[in-house]
Structures are given as structure tokens and as C-alpha cells.
Design a protein. Structure first.
Lengths: 146, 58
């Protein structure tokens, strides 16, 4: 053990130091969650921002127009809570659901059921994008001394 | 708006393939190649599973 500890202590320091930027990371992640792609837009990743917005928006809007179901925070069971967590991932589309789908959900037909899945997919996809925006923002400043 | 099961599948496959490509690859050629293969993979697997389930539908 002692020799191992000695090895750890005498190990040469890394030649480059990564400077983290947690404030930018949190801001980018919050923006990416509110509006899909906005976090990447702030980080000047134009192509990613456009693709993520189009992907999440097309899934969420199609799901809502197909009268898919939106899960709310007052879930009756664990599955509804999972549905809520997935749905709320799509940010602005979750909060505008009533405006986009004025007729309300109807899962008595297959189309409404497909819509429910598309809305959940949009939310989960956007959560992945939020995590990527956080990671890019965290390392935005690059390497110190470079 | 009413989409068929296949149209919904196409929309899902297109959106998810594009997002996955940009999430996992860095150069444009890699992203394009990944998106195309992923999109085709979604379609082939879904249609294949559909055919495998066909005998049980009757």
C-alpha cells in the first residue's frame, strides 16, 4: 500500500489543465431545456442547434397534433411519473401543449397513442441534448495555457 | 393530424437518427453516414419485427 501511495504522489502532473466553466454549463443546459437547441446556439454550435430544434420540435408538435397524451406532475403511479419526466424534457413544447393541441388528448385511437410516444421521445431526446450542452459549456474555455 | 403507423415510424426514425448522429459524431461526413445507417436500421428492424409478428396477428 505504501509503495502504491508513493507512486501516486510522485506521478507527474498532467501537462495541460482543463479549466471548467460551471456557470456557462448551467446556463447552456437551462437554455437547452427551455428551448431545444438554444443551449447549443449560445455555445455557437449552429448546426447542432438547428438539428436538435428540428428533431425535438417535429416529434413534439407531431405528437401533440396527433392528440397524444401529456402527463402531469400529479401522477397516480410510477409509470405516469416516468411519462411526466419524459414529457417535461421537451421544455417549451410541454408548456405550450394546450396551445398546440387545442382539442386535447385522445388516446382512444391508435394515432393518439402514437402521439403520446412521440411526445415522450421528444422529451427524452432533448434531455440528451441538454446533457451535451452542459458538457460543452463546462469545457468551453478550453485548455489553460493553450 | 392522422399519420399511419409507418409514417409515424418514419418521422421517429428520421428525427432520432439525425439527433443521435449529431450527438455521437463530430465530422459532417461521419454524421451523415451515421444518420443514414441509423435511419435505415430503424426501418429494417421495425419492418423485420413486423413480419416476425405477422403469423401471430391471425
Amino acid at each position: 500500500m505504501e509503495s502504491g501511495e508513493t507512486e501516486m504522489e510522485t506521478e507527474p502532473a498532467a501537462t495541460t489543465t482543463v479549466r471548467l466553466n460551471p456557470l456557462l454549463a448551467i446556463a447552456a443546459a437551462a437554455a437547452a431545456w427551455c428551448v431545444p437547441g438554444l443551449g447549443h446556439l449560445l455555445l455557437r454550435r449552429w448546426a447542432k442547434a438547428l438539428v436538435y430544434f428540428l428533431a425535438v420540435a417535429s416529434l413534439a408538435v407531431a405528437g401533440l397534433l396527433m392528440r397524444g397524451n401529456i402527463f402531469h406532475s400529479n401522477a397516480a403511479d410510477a409509470f405516469e411519473m416516468l411519462g411526466f419526466l419524459a414529457d417535461i424534457g421537451s421544455g417549451v413544447f410541454y408548456f405550450l401543449a394546450d396551445k398546440i393541441d387545442v382539442a386535447g388528448p385522445d388516446v382512444s385511437h391508435a394515432s393518439g397513442d402514437y402521439g403520446t410516444r412521440l411526445i415522450a421521445t421528444a422529451g427524452v431526446l432533448n434531455i440528451l441534448c441538454v446533457l451535451e450542452a452542459f458538457e460543452i459549456g463546462l469545457r468551453r474555455r478550453g485548455r489553460a495555457g493553450a | 393530424m392522422i399519420l399511419s403507423h409507418f409514417q409515424t415510424l418514419m418521422l421517429f426514425a428520421l428525427a432520432v437518427s439525425l439527433a443521435f448522429a449529431f450527438l455521437s459524431k463530430h465530422t459532417m461526413s461521419e454524421q451523415l453516414r451515421y444518420a443514414v445507417w441509423s435511419f435505415l436500421g430503424f426501418l429494417v428492424v421495425a419492418i423485420g419485427i413486423g413480419w416476425l409478428m405477422y403469423p401471430f396477428s391471425r
